[in-house]
Design a protein around this ligand. Structure first.
Ligand code: PEP
Length: 255
């Protein structure tokens, strides 16, 4: 672990907002239209793989993100008989700048383990992609209180960073998105995060690693300004509301 709060604070950077389209919209035309309308400095648009190139062409100010990357290392070839896989070097060559790794939906629906996530982080960094690592506890953990929630997140980070822990410069290219699963819009019986909860966890993460920290989980036009005003929250990861142009425009009007 690094005690590097000051390093992070010294790197005073603008806040960022990530639009994670997930497996939406249904057509390239809709994706391009949406991305074009959301094209703003400080925004990262992460469409599904098939829409990356057309969305890239539509962007002038926003950056391009991918939602996942294969565990097959470019250094170990990075191509070949891996059906369905998309490599880090392919993404890089397509003009992708950021890649989301470890989203709770990939951990949950696709059984991604921390070992795989640790590998993806190394592979993405080797390909000169910046990493957005998602972490966050589920409702059962949070029901036990903030201390077990912090311990859960700390363990995820420790495992996910296990391959780069001795490489301090790697952390310059990593952003952590704190996304408590219980607050994500599609979670059954979801709950709203409090500003205090989100800020406490962001501060806790920064106490351990020299990274920027975003908050994600049901961000909308009403809660965005409060979240962005928190000292340790460097931006937002927006899922559902990144598909609703009016809402997203209100969210990005806050920075
Ligand atoms: C997400 O799943 O990354 C997310 C932030 O989703 P939503 O904003 O819809 O809660």
């Amino acid at each position: 672990m690094f005690l590097c709060r000051n390093d992070t604070m010294k790197r005073k950077m603008k806040k960022i907002i990530i639009a994670n389209y997930k497996m939406n919209p249904q057509t390239e035309r809709e994706a391009v239209k949406l991305a074009h309308a959301e094209d703003r400095e400080g925004v990262i648009i992460a469409p599904p793989f098939p829409f990356l190139i057309p969305v890239k062409k539509a962007l002038k100010k926003a950056m391009l993100g991918a939602q996942d990357v294969s565990t097959v290392s470019p250094l170990a070839g990075g191509w070949g008989a891996y059906t369905g896989a998309v490599s880090a070097s392919m993404l890089k060559k397509m003009g992708v700048q950021y890649v989301i790794v470890g989203h709770s939906e990939r951990r949950g629906f696709f059984n991604e383990t921390d070992v795989m996530i640790a590998k993806k982080i190394v592979i993405a960094l080797e390909a000169k992609l910046k990493v957005i690592l998602c972490v966050g506890e589920n409702a059962d953990v949070r029901a036990q209180g903030i201390t077990p929630a912090k311990a859960f997140v700390a363990e995820q980070l420790q495992k996910d960073f296990s391959e780069i822990i001795n490489n301090k410069s790697a952390f310059k290219n990593i952003i952590v998105a704190y996304e408590p699963i219980w607050a994500i819009s599609t979670t059954l019986y979801r709950k709203d995060v409090t500003l205090e909860d989100a800020e406490t966890m962001a501060e806790y993460i920064k106490e351990q690693y020299p990274v920027r920290v975003l908050y994600g989980g049901s961000v909308n036009a009403r809660n965005a300004s409060g979240l962005l005003a928190q000292k340790n929250i460097d931006g937002l990861l927006v899922g559902g509301m990144s598909l609703k142009l009016k809402e997203f425009k209100k969210i990005i009007s806050n920075f």
